[in-house]
Design a protein around this ligand. Structure first.
Ligand code: EPU
Length: 357
């Protein structure tokens, strides 16, 4: 065991928006024993603990006081799943999500392919219940193990415990910043099956004029292709994926909007609510492609805010100011409040809630 805690470390390489911010104390860990030792150190020195995963769903609004822990644990194990033709695969939190998808495809385990190329690590996936192209993490989730920051106690969470909802879970609400996720167990199928219901995926299949039966590998390839077309590569153009959640509005309110905007895409939900794409709302307000100094709205996807390094790079306050401008514009035109999707850290006044809830 070699616990090395450093002081005043730049977090710029650890967040996909490449925002400049410092951790008061920082350690990067690749083992659970080290993690428990780091938490004991934080308790002994009364340091607030912040866990960093792949940093792809994070806005650093300023420096982070206390100890920032970067968990870099690797590896996976598996056993037969409880259902026929299934396998339960447990990935360490520090594994890269997309690498894990590729590993499962190589092994002949299916179910993650629609979630190909999502940036970030395994440990972050349950926090916002990642989802794309018709599949959400909760569809394949079995359980996770985590350590409670305050006590160092190891705990397990079932799917029900996690209270998953659209881009939401217990870990964004009642349990926010209270646990560090150690590993995640997913139930995958050993029989190839594909889920191609999502409209953009159907379109890609039609465009590709595929004659042979679709395989999960091919679905993964198509999803990668769509994502590469629409979403900027965070290693080239720093971003955090969708910056806002797609808002849910009362279906009656959606009907009224549809009278004014018959072309508005809308997705009725089972609970008399309708999901409206935030990208469409932002786009309608004319914000797509705008720049404000070093920050801007991506030119191909209005839901993605970018940090333009060629313009000198932005800080978190500039990015959040742009987010406010978009929220304000959408509110004035549609009376819909957008909610920021990534987690915001490092605000001077932590009580100031910038998520828009
Ligand atoms: N649209 C616009 N303007 C744009 C972009 C999109 O009007 O600039 C319209 C499209 O025409 C479409 C609708 O908005 O009718 C939805 O667009 P898209 O299918 O691209 O999906 P999204 O709602 O923008 C969501 C997720 C993505 C996920 C895709 C595919 C959220 C917040 N975002 O995006 O997830 O990859 O669906 O499933 O739910 C992420 O969470 O970081 C993320 C990238």
């Amino acid at each position: 065991m070699s616990l090395s805690i450093q002081q005043h470390i730049s977090l710029q390489p650890y967040n996909s928006l490449a925002l400049p911010a410092y951790a008061e104390y920082f350690c990067s860990l690749d083992g659970e024993e080290d993690l428990l030792a780091a938490l004991a150190y934080a308790r002994a020195h009364q340091l607030q603990v912040t866990a960093l995963g792949g940093g792809s769903n994070l806005v650093l609004a300023g420096d982070i006081a206390g100890l920032v822990i970067h968990l870099n644990t690797k590896g996976y194990s598996y056993c037969n799943g409880a259902e026929a033709d299934s396998v339960d695969v447990t990935f360490a939190a520090g594994e890269n999500w997309h690498q894990a998808v590729l590993t499962t495809l190589e092994q002949g385990w299916y179910g993650m392919e629609n979630l190909s190329l999502i940036p970030g690590n395994i440990g972050a996936a349950p926090i916002q219940n990642i989802g794309a192209y018709g599949v959400e993490l909760e569809d394949i989730f079995v359980s996770l193990r985590a350590v409670e920051i305050a006590s160092g106690k190891l705990c397990s969470f079932t799917k029900a415990d996690c209270q998953f909802a659209y881009r939401d879970s217990l870990f964004k609400n009642a349990a926010r910043d209270q646990y560090i996720i150690l590993d995640v167990t997913l139930r995958l199928s050993t029989k190839p099956q594909v889920n191609t219901r999502y409209p953009a995926l159907q379109q890609a299949i039609a465009d590709a004029q595929i004659s042979e039966p679709l395989t999960p590998e091919k679905v993964s390839e198509l999803v990668c292709q769509i994502r590469r077309q629409k979403l900027p590569d965070p290693t080239i153009t720093p971003n955090a994926g969708s910056f806002f959640k797609n808002p849910l509005v009362e279906s009656a309110a959606a009907e009224q909007l549809l009278e004014r905007y018959p072309q508005m895409p809308n997705f009725p939900q089972p609970d008399k609510q309708t999901k409206i794409p935030a990208a469409w709302l932002i786009d309608q307000c004319g914000f797509k492609g705008i720049t404000r100094g070093p920050v801007g709205v991506h030119k191909h996807q209005a839901l993605v805010l970018v940090n333009n390094l060629r313009e000198g790079g932005a800080n978190g306050e500039q990015l959040l100011a742009l987010a406010e401008e978009l929220r304000d514009g959408v509110w004035k035109r549609f009376s819909i409040r957008l909610e920021i999707e990534p987690r915001v850290y490092g605000l001077v006044d932590q009580s100031k809630d910038r998520s828009g809830i």
